[in-house]
Design a protein around this ligand. Sequence first.
Ligand code: AMP
Length: 469
Amino acid sequence: MINENTLPGTDAGELSGFAALGITGALLKATNAAGFTDPKPIQAQAIPPQLEGRDIFGIAQTGSGKTAAFALPILSKIIALGTKRRPKTARALILAPTRELAVQIEEMIKLLAKGAHVSTALVLGGVSRFSQVKKIAPGVDILIATPGRLTDLVREGDLVLADTKWLVLDEGDRMLDMGFINDVKRIARATAPDRQTVLFSATMPAEIAELAKGLLKNPIRVEVAPHSTAAAEIVQGVVFARTKQKRQVLSTMLADEAMKSVIIFSRTKHGADRVTKDLERDGFKAAVIHGNKSQNARQKALNDFREGSVRILVATDIAARGIDVPGISHVVNFDLPDEAESYVHRIGRTGRNGMDGIAITLCDPSENSKLRQVERIIRTKLPIVADHLGSPDPQRNPAEKNERFEPANDRNDRNGRRDGRRPGGQNNGKKRFGDKPAFAGERKPEGAKPFKGNNKRRFGGKRPAARAA
Ligand code: AMP
């Protein structure tokens, strides 16, 4: 019989699942009750060294099981040590770049800690500060926070981090994107010097490698998915359409009932609002989630989508990071992301848990270079689902068209065009691609501050750090 209190490493040969990794007692029970019986690869790699006290540098995306990978060892240690909290302190601190991710992390921790006496609290921007201060006043075991509000509470003396012996930085690359890196460094400096630190990031920009060097002591490096390659079960394709055609293309696509649960990505908050309004005008009910929405509005949108009362969620990259909604059938990229790596995150919202997923990208000619960058990163040329431009890219082979999509137009019929324009001649592909400024119609990326000064200041001055959440 398996002894629930078996120590990690002893008798591991007789144990299986999470018990073999060193998870015991009430924690093991709750983990199994949550339906987690077989550890995911990131969990198998990261849990044993953390239980031994090692720092972790993990390359893993949302969906890999990374939350339980860092939460289980922390819970295990906190449970073993018993209740030892001082007022206004947190024994463990988990930093997340977005409110949604922080909320999901807390939910997961509560699920895994069911039956154990572990307290958790959330510290987030956009919601009442008072209730957060009240919750941490007696001290908490695990605090999950976004860096901005946390910094405020520390600065004002409502939270002391000197007792914080476990620090997790989740989605490090997103923290970087959102301008949180300096806050993160400051926060880390305020925690206990002998703390254990875990850093997870989906991608590995140089700044993250640098951050890891500064914060982690002799870390174990764990990695699950190969860097920036899309999951194999997601069928991907591109639709070429001018920005002004995209609304109609999208509405035509959404009329297909096979699109049961769809997340539509927009590069900007303004764009997300516009897409949502246009969809509503075209008779579709859609929820929207982005950084300008209140915490309550974001949570409601997410709940409506998760429960299926709306089948369409429009989101920006930043707001959607960390969203884990099972059963998303389609991802539509209304536009291409600024960073090619975000494409991998976007399409990773579908095709989860072995289910099929379809990802369709709408591409205006001005976005061609971004499309090429995406294709370089995923090491695949996206098959063309439809081309509404009448200017087929000569480098693309029509045979690449993916049979699993219903083409909205026959891009190969160069003479029988449906939009009435003549092929070739004065309007040949190259000319049309070049006849508009590359950034015409582009809008501010999410997080950028509105410009209020004169042009001289704008182009000569310093760009403010992007900041959201
Ligand atoms: P995460 O990457 O932490 O956001 O986790 C992604 C999803 O995997 C979540 O919906 C978890 O509920 C689920 N999950 C995590 N670990 C396991 C496991 N060992 N077995 C089954 N599902 C899991």
